[in-house]
Design a protein around this ligand. Structure first.
Ligand code: C2O
Length: 561
């Protein structure tokens, strides 16, 4: 008896002394990049996929785990995979944007992505990061808390992954090629999808849609954690479930204060975890995914439909319907953004930089430049501070690490070259220049970027994504940012922490981050059409002096250009 008590005490001591790292695991995945035939939206075509599935496999890991993904390229296209939102501390080689951190994996080659999930827990996504291949090459990343660490909210009875996408009947790479040739905007998609299913689409024979709707099975009275990912290419999306409220508890793998809403709003690249309780009369409830566009730009206006089904109901019970928000429901997006706050608890503090070493103003937008070979003599371009970014033919990170000359310049402008009324009538002949320019940051320096929307052709909402960091969204507003007045209303206590956030149409958003991750980090609009046009740039973050403050050496199998 005494002996067994001693033994359990000893056990307790051992458990307490075992360092947390012993509990972390290595998670291995194999991604075969293959060409797959699919039949969706009344047409069949072959697409590039991972392991034959769209969406591809969900990666499961715990905070602290080492993830190894071996990618084998079996298609003619070059490919890279980006682990969107994974911080990649010192492992920029595994970040994935083509010609930014790596040369593409060529046909017949393979590459091992190797990274550790540090200080993040929640849901993220992975996707191809070259051309528009992410239209069919994408999937979810689930990061569970460390073993034995609870969620900071009541434990759900179940968890479901919901990945939203966008589908073209045509071959997406041809759509992009055509647009580049003509200088015209690429064709919009034909539908949105929920876990690959568009749901019933007008004009499609039912053979393609009978089983095409996504089904979310729930049991009465139970609570579910929905891990929602917007993996669409160009569309910001609303998600609603008829008759049910959702409580957001996490965004972009950072915990939030619980926020209850009937509509989720996600830009491409954004993710959220939300709790849903099956507290309504047992039945069948519509899940609706519809686009947001509050300006004159054309957009795919097809609503993807799925169903929330309570267990035990008749298979053919008529669904409860839900009204989707109007396509231009700016107020709904603003209310959703304002509802999000970092959890900022003792266990999960919000480390908002209180002082700023670099104060940057980035004017972002879309315009036209002359193009003699294009259909109208002009082509659509997009820029930050009048620089339309051109990807090099060698990866920027290699150029930085090996000190290769002539690949990039480090004169990316901290401010627009000449200030103007960004959200008013644009000045004539505001032409952009092409360049491969980066902005240099010292290790651990703090940065504030005010992203200022412009209205060169039309003002538009831009979901801006930063690689390698989470940032805090300290402020936002409509019209032009006022340096004298607006900072006084910044939230420096519990602003939401994200890797992607929307700059509102004809407005601005201010973000802050600490440059504690050495490497080369891409910043771009996550509407792929705008990235293609040049709305992108990169930060170079220098190594620090400390032992763990330098980028690791490149892996031996790093692809060559
Ligand atoms: Cu999710 Cu650079 O992208």
């Amino acid at each position: 008896m005494g002996d067994s008590r001693f033994r359990s005490m000893l056990l307790l001591v051992i458990v307490v002394l075992v360092p947390a790292s012993v509990h972390s695991a290595v998670r291995k995945y194999t991604f075969n990049v293959v060409s797959t035939n699919t039949t969706r939206l009344c047409s069949s075509k072959s697409v590039v996929s991972i392991n034959g599935k769209v969406p591809g496999p969900t990666l499961y890991a715990r905070e602290g785990d080492n993830v190894l993904v071996r990618v084998h390229n079996h298609v003619p296209n070059n490919i890279t995979i980006h682990w969107h939102g994974v911080r990649q501390l010192r492992t920029g080689w595994s970040d994935g944007p083509a010609y930014v951190t790596q040369c593409p994996i060529q046909s017949g080659q393979s590459f091992l992505y190797n990274f550790t999930l540090t200080g993040q827990r929640g849901t993220l996504l992975w996707h191809a990061h070259i051309s528009w291949l992410r239209a069919t090459v994408y999937g979810a990343i689930v990061i569970l808390p460390k073993k034995g660490v609870p969620y900071p909210f009541p434990k759900p009875d179940g968890e479901k992954v919901i990945v939203l996408g966008e589908w073209w009947r045509a071959d997406v790479e041809s759509v992009v090629k055509q647009a580049t040739m003509t200088g015209l905007p690429p064709n919009i998609s034909d539908s949105h999808t929920i876990n690959g299913h568009p749901g019933p689409v007008a004009g499609c024979p039912s053979i393609f849609t009978a089983r095409a709707g996504y089904s979310l099975q729930v049991a009465s009275g139970k609570t579910y954690l929905l891990r929602i990912v917007n993996a669409a290419v160009n569309d910001e999306l609303f998600l609603k479930i008829a008759g049910h409220k959702l409580t957001v508890v996490e965004t972009d793998a950072a915990y939030t204060k619980p926020f209850t809403t009937d509509t989720i709003f996600l830009g491409p690249g954004q993710t959220t975890n939300a709790l849903l309780t099956a507290d309504q009369t047992a039945g069948k409830y519509t899940i609706a995914v519809s686009p947001f566009m509050d300006t004159v730009v054309p957009v795919d206006n097809v609503t993807a439909v799925g169903f929330l089904r309570y267990k035990g109901i008749q298979p053919f019970s008529p669904p409860h319907l839900t009204a989707t928000p109007p396509i231009n429901a700016t107020a709904v997006t603003a209310a959703f953004a304002s509802g999000l706050r970092s959890l900022n608890s003792p266990n999960y503090p919000a480390a908002v930089p209180q002082t700023v070493d670099h104060s940057l103003l980035f004017a972002i937008g879309v315009g036209v430049n002359p193009c003699p070979t294009c259909v109208n003599g002009t082509k659509t371009v997009a820029d930050i501070n009048n620089v339309s970014f051109v990807l090099p033919t060698v990866a920027l990170l290699q150029a930085h690490y090996f000190k290769l000359q002539g690949i990039f310049t480090d004169d990316f402008p901290a401010n627009p070259p000449s200030p103007y009324n960004y959200t008013g009538n644009p000045p004539a002949n505001l032409q952009t220049t092409n360049g491969t320019k980066v902005y240099r940051l010292g290790f651990n320096e703090t940065v504030e970027v005010v992203l200022q929307g412009t209205s060169l052709i039309a003002p538009e909402s831009h979901p801006i994504h930063l690689h390698g960091f989470n940032f805090f969204v300290v402020g936002k507003g409509l019209g032009n940012f006022d340096k004298g007045k607006d900072p006084s209303s910044f939230n420096l206590v519990d602003p939401v922490e994200r890797n992607t956030m929307s700059v509102p149409t004809a407005g601005w958003t201010a973000i802050r981050f600490r440059a504690d991750n050495p490497g080369v980090w891409f910043l771009h609009c996550h509407l792929e059409v705008h990235t293609t046009w040049g709305l992108k740039m990169a930060f170079v973050v220098e190594n620090g002096k400390g032992p763990n403050e330098s980028i690791l050496p490149p892996p031996p199998d790093l692809p060559q250009c």
